[in-house]
Design a protein around this ligand. Structure first.
Ligand code: ATP
Ligand code: MG
Ligand code: MG
Length: 348
């Protein structure tokens, strides 16, 4: 049988390993941190730094294909792996999604709408960007941001010094603030032979910059639903992508605006575990293992709620609810803002 290599042993790696196991495939997870969530579910775990070339070589040799659960894998590590084993989704998807400036330019180049944006490196370029885009706007670091980290909102031009300080000298991008009616995401998949399948779009609510709930079905018109799926397919095909991709969208009167893409399984796709026969994790494993895509038709309405930090205090209560499927990540310490698990509530 074949073995799937997974870079990153967090909750996404953990759930990918479970899906692979259900298909009779083995997984080998590479993760620098000790006892990561995936250590409970993967067939094999290597605990080593991405700078440990020997460990990377041994890892790459032990698997048939390598995938990843996060975007920020060091380039040298990817080079080492790729000399031995194919990486799916391919590196172009990482190159594009690792940097918000490159990502926005790429999406715009595909004819998709993005928020107005401009590069920022210092006070002068920020002033120029504010002159061009105005306020309100959001300054974001180009790289390494997640859960709303590395972002500062400018309500007025006077907020420039504080926003710039929050970037801590990292390259940044100023984005116009989009007044959206709702946020949705499309979890899309593409197989080795180019078939595309999309899960039903989900509607997302964020709290303190972190995803709080995803609800399916999203309140979208038939036209918006079609647009969302076509936009995702356009990105997949342009990237010649293999695997699952998350596409975050703002719904506005002027149409759908792409916020960002994630070249991996996505938190807003966790509802598929209990809303579809084939969930996003199995779909990703199928795609990268060269299998046909599965049937991801939604069979139930679902609300996914993330369990973050002290939300864990409610687990015993949630465990007694009917129609509530709990997914816990086995993380030892509870920390504020830390994703500890999620619950999928099914409405039949
Ligand atoms: P993730 O955890 O999804 O990777 P992130 O740190 O990459 O998050 P974004 O998705 O860029 O951050 O932004 C987080 C949230 O902030 C968005 O989901 C949205 O609610 C809000 N937001 C971001 N950019 C804009 C914008 N240009 N206009 C309005 N709201 C925005
Ligand atoms: Mg992001
Ligand atoms: Mg986001």
């Amino acid at each position: 049988g074949s073995t799937i290599g997974i870079l990153g042993g967090g909750q996404l790696g953990r759930m990918l390993a479970v899906a692979a196991a259900r298909l009779g495939l083995k997984t080998h997870v590479f993760e620098p941190g000790a006892e990561p969530p995936a250590s409970h579910t993967a067939h094999r775990l290597t605990t080593a730094a991405y700078s440990d070339t020997e460990a990377l070589i041994a890892f790459a040799r032990s698997v048939d294909v390598v995938t990843y659960e996060f975007e920020n894998i060091p380039t040298d590590a990817l080079d080492t792996i790729e000399a031995i084993t194919p990486i799916r989704p391919e590196r172009e998807a990482l190159r594009v999604s690792q940097d918000r400036l490159i990502e926005k330019a790429y999406l715009e180049g595909l004819g998709l709408q993005v928020a107005p944006f401009a590069p920022v490196n210092d006070a002068a370029s920020l002033q120029k960007a504010v002159d061009q885009i105005g306020t309100p706007s959001i300054l974001k670091t180009c790289r390494f941001g997640y859960d709303g980290k590395g972002q500062a909102k400018l309500n007025t031009p006077d907020d420039q010094p504080a926003a710039l300080a929050a970037m801590a000298d990292q390259p940044a991008v100023l984005e116009g603030f989009v007044t959206f009616s709702r946020e949705v995401s499309v979890i899309a998949a593409r197989s080795v032979n180019g078939d595309v399948a999309c899960f039903d779009p989900g509607e997302n609510i964020h709290k303190n910059g972190i995803l709080h709930t995803t609800t399916v079905p999203a309140s979208l018109s038939a036209t918006q639903r079609t647009d969302a799926v076509l936009m995702a397919a356009k990105i997949l095909n342009a990237l010649d992508y293999v695997g699952v991709l998350g596409v975050e969208l703002f719904v506005t009167p002027q149409g759908l605006i792409v916020n960002e893409i994630a070249p991996r399984v996505h938190n807003s796709g966790h509802w598929t575990q209990n809303g579809c026969a084939i969930d996003q994790f199995e779909q990703h494993i199928r795609a990268i293992a060269g299998w046909p895509l599965g049937d991801g038709t939604r069979h139930s309405d679902v609300v996914m709620e993330n369990l973050i930090g002290d939300d864990m205090d409610r687990v015993a209560e949630i465990a007694r609810e009917s129609g509530a499927a709990l997914h816990l990540y086995g993380k030892a310490d509870v920390k504020p803002g830390r994703k500890m698990g999620h619950v999928n509530r099914i409405a039949r």
